[in-house]
Design a protein around this ligand. Sequence first.
Ligand code: ATP
Ligand code: MG
Length: 766
Amino acid sequence: MQTRRRSNFLTDIIDADLAAGKNRGLVVTRFPPEPNGFLHIGHAKSILLNFGLAEQYGGRAHLRFDDTNPTTEETLYVESIQEDVRWLGCDWGKHLYYASDYFEQMYECAVRLIREGKAYVDSQPVEAIRGQRGAFERPGTNSPFRDRSADENLDLFRRMRAGELPDGSCVLRAKIDMAHPNVLLRDPLLYRIRHAHHHRTLDRWCIYPMYDYAHPLEDGFEGVTHSICTLEFESNRAMYDWVLDNLGPWDPRPHQYEFARLALGYTVMSKRKLLQLVAEKRVSGWDDPRLPTIAGLRRRGVTKEAIREFAELIGVAKNNSIVDIGKLEFCIRQDLEGRAPRGMAVLNPLKVVLSNWPQDRVEELEIAWWPAEPEKAGLRGVPFGRELFIEREDFSESPPADWKRLAPGREVRLIGAYVVRCAEVVRGPAGEVRELRCTYDASSKGGEPADKRKIPGTLHWVHAGRSAEVEARLYDRLFRVGLPDAEGDFLQHMNPESLVVMKARVEPALAEAAPGTRWQFLRQGYFFVDPVDSRPGAPVFNRVIGLRDTWAKATEQLERKPEKKKPEPKPAAPKKGRAEARAEVRAGNPELASRYARYQSELTLSADEADLLTGDLATAEFFDAAVSRHGNAKLVARWLLNDLLGLAKKGLEGLPLRGEDFGRFVALLDSGRIAPAAGKTLLARLVEQGGDPQRLVNELGLGKVADGAALAEAVGRVLDSHAAEVARYRAGEKKLLGVFIGAVMKEMQGVADAAAVRKALADRLG
Ligand code: ATP
Ligand code: MG
């Protein structure tokens, strides 16, 4: 396994521990799944973190099944978890452990606590115990059994183990303090009785330890140094320490650290919900390619490299946020771009007959698998002939002005072949387009006509008779909304089009594609040959992902080329013709004319701005609606003219975004709660789907990073990678601060606050 050198708050902790000579220089981590479901991408983050740290520091990482709960755990999960961890490229070597192997040792520890007066058997029902726990501001009440003698407790605990007592009749509790400010330390439960069959210890035990008691012991027994878990366990840390402090000595003594769990939009990650989807057969199984499970991602065709890249991209933080699923999709696309040869497949075929091509002639064209880098994988033969298929969507009888595909009387280039012109449309009985009669230009072999005339568009195609029909499964997001768990029953938000099965036509070479291989279907997307359902000569193609991000184009652009972002489009310099047209409209429309005057006099906009906003009523009304929500008219005008008009290709009326929402969007920017770069991402989303700007900010995690941890990490990374400049800065070249600020802003992908960045840098640079 290969890990890039990364620094984050955890490496800072480890570095400090090593510097202080703690743990005899050891770094031991663990990944402790409960075997009650399949692993998902959130677990992948934790696995890569734990195994990555161990590798980075020459330590070791354990895989430990936290199988202390007999009723929900199954061997199937134990196996799938090992397969998934291994698939991710993580190697636990001989360090595979089961918490259940420690049951005897844990029992001995409990006996010791009882002997030392630190634990007691409580014979009240669990509900009564819960009722006595008190609340944050109110102390709890002591159990009437709290002062049982050690001997009585030992006897009862032994009888609990021996199976003499029924489920729920009593529990073992730690004796700490019923008024402790941390409610979790008010005599927490250590053991409960469960007469249940366990998948490994079978019927040997009928008492099972609680997580808060078992987990620190497991770490202690194994010599774990850094026990990393998710933030929900922050307040459990006190109990973690109590258990270890009262049952030592330990060498090394484990410590718990918390990081933010991964939450992704447009999906669910709770095991309970995933299990429900599987059990109710709403998906085809744990490895359904629409699920965020590792098995599902693998079956879809996502590589482990893409998952690792994603884990790197999102980093390790101490504040919870929802990660835009576009980031994952971006990593998947980037990865496949470099590994998937380009072939041709037609998903929704329309027949094309070349009337001037000889009846039976088939020409075997040689086309490179990698058109941009032909040396990468050579050529394959693709048959071309009189009858072809093109994509139905690539033909239009009444195309829009900027149409670059096929239409009556128009020409297109067929990839790697010839230029063809559509001469005639053949219709079926209901008037539907059944096939196209075209002519080909014999001088254009390879795609360029001899007379060098310009051919606007290029289409993919396959030979009708020599292509093969295959099954294509087009997968999309499983949920239609960003936060399926946020409102009502998550099932109601399922995307009914998350799977569309089609009969596609593929070129002959693709009909032979081996299971487990990945391809780009030109102009369509990336596909993976399903390893389960494919048969020799009959591949089933899973669409891994489309070529472009149809959900969030802007996010991708921001992430792909933050350094080369196009300069902001300036308000179109009022061209004379258009400006005159607007002036004419105003001359005939007193309503617009008065707004033109008012925008300048009252709102203090420039004449150009007022002019651009009052060329038609729709724009002016939209602007007024926005200003009604946010009075900074100059800022509203600037965002409207510079950004919104460019994004709203079909005009403001066609937008799902109302003027009022746009005003609220500008208000958010003006409040400084989101950075301008993030504002652009947000606006692109609003233009596509409308909605409440503030809610989208939360959903996309675009809020400014007020919290210092992520920022401190970014600052650390930047300073690490600019060592020479840092030295020059310290030697007096203070203007380099600007370089660092720019680099940190880039690291933070536009969601940082420049002032905070400056301050963090200044603090760090001294
Ligand atoms: P549950 O508690 O519902 O059983 P879980 O997802 O916490 O589910 P575990 O098997 O306990 O499941 O998780 C194993 C490890 O994976 C834990 O250390 C946990 O912190 C980590 N983990 C679980 N979910 C995420 C996530 N979304 N992001 C990062 N780490 C996670
Ligand atoms: Mg858990």
